[in-house]
Write a protein that binds this ligand. Structure first.
Ligand SMILES: *[C@@H]1O[C@H](CO)[C@@H](O)[C@H](O)[C@H]1NC(C)=O
Ligand SMILES: *[C@@H]1O[C@H](CO)[C@@H](O)[C@H](O)[C@H]1NC(C)=O
Ligand SMILES: *[C@@H]1O[C@H](CO)[C@@H](O)[C@H](O)[C@H]1NC(C)=O
Length: 401
């Protein structure tokens, strides 16, 4: 009796402490790349040092902090792979600088993270993709070199993770690619590249679920955010886009047709000087697929060339009808709501809904739209083909259905 009660009193607090320490009580173990030989002089390649530090961090039982101090670290193409023994924070205080020699960037990834769970990438530092050395090679018709250009940071098969307080400048290709990931929160990311830089998508998402992007600023040469096949439960909130090609779903329908796109939300965001605002794009012709349940609301447009676009006749390299079985897109687009969208359009057609003649768009809603044309007359118009939809509240331009 006495023994039992004193165990009760003495052991319980000790067990409690033990469990706290094992999970979150201990500070994370620090893995400083400089302790592995990395030199922040902007000209020494540090790839080997980074990989050694990563291997130790990944093997550590418990929380690890992979630390990159202030300073400029030159880094070749590198892949940080799991699975790891515990959670890892990739703390970037300094700048990672990409190679400028062609021989070192003939690859599709600059910095890759793969097969990881509970990863955090943060720190306020920079990814400097040195894109201007690669953009001239982004033209297969004019160059003998026509291989891949590296995406600045790629996440493949990464779950339950966070990316925040990170800046990416001048990527050679896409800035951030998210593929086969689930449950990721991305916030306070700043992305910049020149308006005319080729294929520099801000964030490119495919085959991923539960991705939240918030409080971020994206100005780049291609889509600010693009969502490809298998993007589901994507929540975009408080993003400002411009310059760039807007926030896009697609292009869909040319492969992975069984990977539907659904439950996409874009809200409280703004577009300034972009080529498109909100766009859903499918190939024509295409395989059968589905894109549904998308909400776009509280969006401001300033000098946007095409604020609202559904384009099911996407065919950048004609003739396209020789491909596939039909001459129209077979991607069903349905349950799409555009609500509270206001501002200025740089072209007269502010709302352009070109759906498929084979499978018309279903249940498209326009509610409280107020878009004016910047040009003579100021009156914007809308165009529809093959759309079944409804309109509510204020409508400027007048709806086309
Ligand atoms: C990520 O989640 C998927 C689906 O739940 C699972 O199959 C995969 O093994 C997970 N990957 C990692 C690295 O934890
Ligand atoms: C992402 O944020 C939501 C709250 O908005 C939170 O519930 C969720 O746990 C977060 N996920 C990760 C991986 O941190
Ligand atoms: C929209 O974003 C602004 C900041 O940009 C914030 O103050 C406001 O609360 C947000 N509104 C909604 C409805 O989320």
């Amino acid at each position: 009796m006495g023994l039992k009660s004193s165990f009760g009193i003495i052991l319980v607090p000790f067990l409690f402490l033990f469990f706290i320490d094992a999970s979150h009580g201990l500070p994370p173990k620090l893995f400083d790349v400089r302790n592995y030989g990395a030199i922040a002089d902007g000209k020494t390649y540090n790839t080997e040092a980074f990989l050694k530090a990563w291997n130790d961090a990944c093997a550590h039982q418990g929380r690890s902090r992979f630390y990159i101090a202030p300073g400029t670290f030159l880094l070749e193409s590198v892949s940080f792979e799991g699975p790891c023994k515990g959670s890892i924070t990739f703390l970037l205080k300094g700048t990672l600088k990409a190679p400028t020699e062609k021989s070192k960037f003939s690859t599709d990834t600059w910095i890759g993270f793969r097969y990881l769970d509970d990863l955090t990438v943060k720190g306020g530092g920079y990814l400097d993709g040195q894109g201007k050395f690669a953009w001239p090679y982004n033209d297969c018709s004019k160059n003998s070199y026509c291989g891949p250009l590296p995406v600045s940071m790629r996440f493949d098969f990464v779950n339950n993770s966070r990316i925040h307080h990170l800046k990416s400048i001048d990527s050679k290709n896409t800035h951030f690619s998210i593929f086969a990931c689930s449950n990721m929160n991305i916030s306070k990311v700043r992305i910049t590249a020149p308006e005319d830089s080729p294929n520099t998508d801000g964030l490119r998402i495919g085959y991923s679920r539960k991705i939240k992007i918030s409080d971020s600023v994206i100005g780049t040469g291609d889509d600010c955010i693009s969502m490809l096949y298998g993007s589901q439960d994507i929540d975009i909130d408080d993003v400002s886009c411009g310059p760039g090609h807007g926030i896009s779903v697609g292009s869909l329908g040319r492969s992975h047709e069984d990977q539907y796109v659904s439950r996409i939300s874009v809200k409280n965001s703004s577009f300034v000087g972009t080529q498109n605002g909100l766009r859903i794009k499918t190939w024509s012709p295409s395989l059968y697929s589905l894109a549904s349940d998308m909400n776009f609301e509280y969006i401001s447009m300033t000098n946007v060339r095409n604020p609202i676009v559904i384009d099911q006749q996407y065919c950048p390299f004609p003739p396209c009808s020789s491909w596939g079985h039909s001459t129209s897109s077979a991607v069903q687009i349905k349950n799409v709501k555009f609500r509270n969208i206001w501002g200025t359009s740089n072209s007269e057609v502010a709302v352009n809904l070109k759906c498929s003649g084979l499978i018309p768009c279903q249940n498209i809603e326009l509610r409280d739209i107020n878009l004016v044309y910047n040009g003579p007359g100021g009156r914007a118009t809308s165009l529809c083909s093959n759309v079944k939809g409804s309109a509510y509240g204020k409508q400027q331009p007048l709806p086309c259905f």
